[in-house]
Design a protein. Sequence first.
Length: 705
Amino acid sequence: MTTTRTSLRRAAVRDTQPTPPRPRRTAEPGPEAVGTRRTIIIQRVAPELDGGRHPVKRVMGDELIVTADIFADGHDLLDAVILAQHEDEGPWREVPMRLIDNDRWSGTLTLERIGRYRYTIEAWRDEWGSWRAGMRKKVDAGVRIATELAEGHILLEAALERAGTVAERRNGHDRRRADIEAMRRALGRLAMARSERSAATVLSGERLAAVVRRYEDRTAATRHDRELTVVVDRERARAGAWYELFPRSQGKRSGEATTLVEAEWRLPGIAAMGFDVVYLPPIHPIGVTNRKGRDNTLGAGPDDPGSPWAIGSSAGGHTEVAPELGGLPAFDHFRRAVERNGMELALDLALQASPDHPYVRAHPEWFRHAPDGTIKYAENPPKQYQDIYPIYFYGDDPAEREALWHEWLRVVLVWVERGVRIFRVDNPHTKPVPFWRWLINEVQRRHPDVIFLSEAFTRPKMMQSLAKVGFTQSYTYFTWRETRDELREYLTELTRSEMREYYRGNLFTNTPDINPRHLDHGRPTFMVRYVLAATLSSNYGIYSGFELCEARRIDDREEYANSEKYEIRVRNWNARGSIKSLITSVNRLRREWKALRLYDNLTFENATGDRILFYRKALPATDLQPLTGFPTRWRDPVYVAINVDPRTPARGLLHPDLPALGIGWTARYRVTDLLSGRSRTERGADLSLELTPDSPFRIFTISPT
């Protein structure tokens, strides 16, 4: 029998009596209070680093996928949002979350600006959705729904009432007006409905549900018990090719130093090889007391320039430029020249002093003293650095400790004001971790585009801790990972474990301090180590001379003979046997193939032979999976197959994962060598190859025919 509009209204009134008018809501007690209604559970939030004590890292334009387990007692439906706020913004921005599977929810936050974002999660009971689901069940079962319709009428009026207040905060005015009008129309149609079924049709529509959902009652919403942070950096933080050079050694006459301006002639050649960052060791005045001679000998000759890391003399300290390099005007000229060549300048930040540094006289309490009152120089047995005084952060006077911290902040900000936006920090693991957290945060609060690279070759947990508290990039153990399995295990840890959330590994092939023993094996090994560094990570670096395959060492130590740290070197940059053309070609690929400029998209593939490392870097072809953060399909892949010990040939079969590219196991596909441009057609996932000392690697792509 058809229900009339009058009987429907009477039923609504009868079934809702004796319910009094809705009281004005008071502030809801917190989730720990007796009688609380904030009973939704939010747990296992990701990404959440160390319980929220440290931020995760992303790059501007990235999408941050936030997931969490969200559930509650009973059978009510739930709703949830990500609350996000840039450090310069006022109100929270809301991003909807959706139920994925088994109480796991997911939402995606687009990171549009560099700086720091705070984010958390808020969840509440979806009254309208729960009511609608219950009503539909009764309609499908043929049960009378007069009471449910009355409840829906009350919920809709309540949402309309909230639209005038909640909407002001969470929705634009245009949307608010449209939503209010939509709810009024629905109430009007409900009043005109001739049957329960037609009334149910009015209230159960998807469009109305979307409108009401924007004005749900959230007075008893549960919020995650902590606010999390994501640091958003500029693109250079994720991808860059670094070239390290000593400006004083860029001359053409033996033993004759060059100023920064005179060293500029090298910049076009470095840019032509495809580098993004020119990194200079310390450029400050060098001390005279205990100055080191060649190969770190004690007692310098009259022509020995000293180590740039022995910072400070009568000419000044960390905010000055050595007179022999041309002073501050030469520095400014050099920085502009670097930028004209399309690169950025990185400076070394070494928190230490020579015995002649102004700090030694003005602030002796900033250094550690021996029992006899003398300042203790640096040691790393068996090495001794008589020309360097380490900074001591643990003096007895709190005021002096605070002054010390603020002085280093001043030093960094001086160079930032001079146009430096990248710092390579020397030995940060020998200074307090809380100091670095404070310093980096203070600098980036003022200048969020500043990048800090941690040069800490020490225990893994200390290296990781430095990255967690703020270092943008970090040196790695790559230099000492040589076998196929060592490389595969270590790079998997860097790019697929939790470390990918905060640790950006910069793979340096060598440094002025590290001349790895495998480079003794000659040019093929230089080629292999370069290709590994430039393709395994989006950030890598070489120290000048690597392109010339320099490998002379002192005895059996990992130290360069005739080290540039203690003398002026002159090189023939066009010498035969260099790998400059290879460097140029691979850096060109890094610019042309975006996959090589991403960090955590590395996938190791299967290959026969215990010396062949085979891996892929590609772009997501499908959305990232909310539960894993990785896509199921990839596109524009770059494959690298490499003989990690190229002294002898290696033969084997490569087994690329063709379905990951959308190619069937038996389908035909094209293989294109990215260095030569030559292509061939293949079928099946068995690619045979031989890697010889003259040709120890292949870089190619695979595409459908």
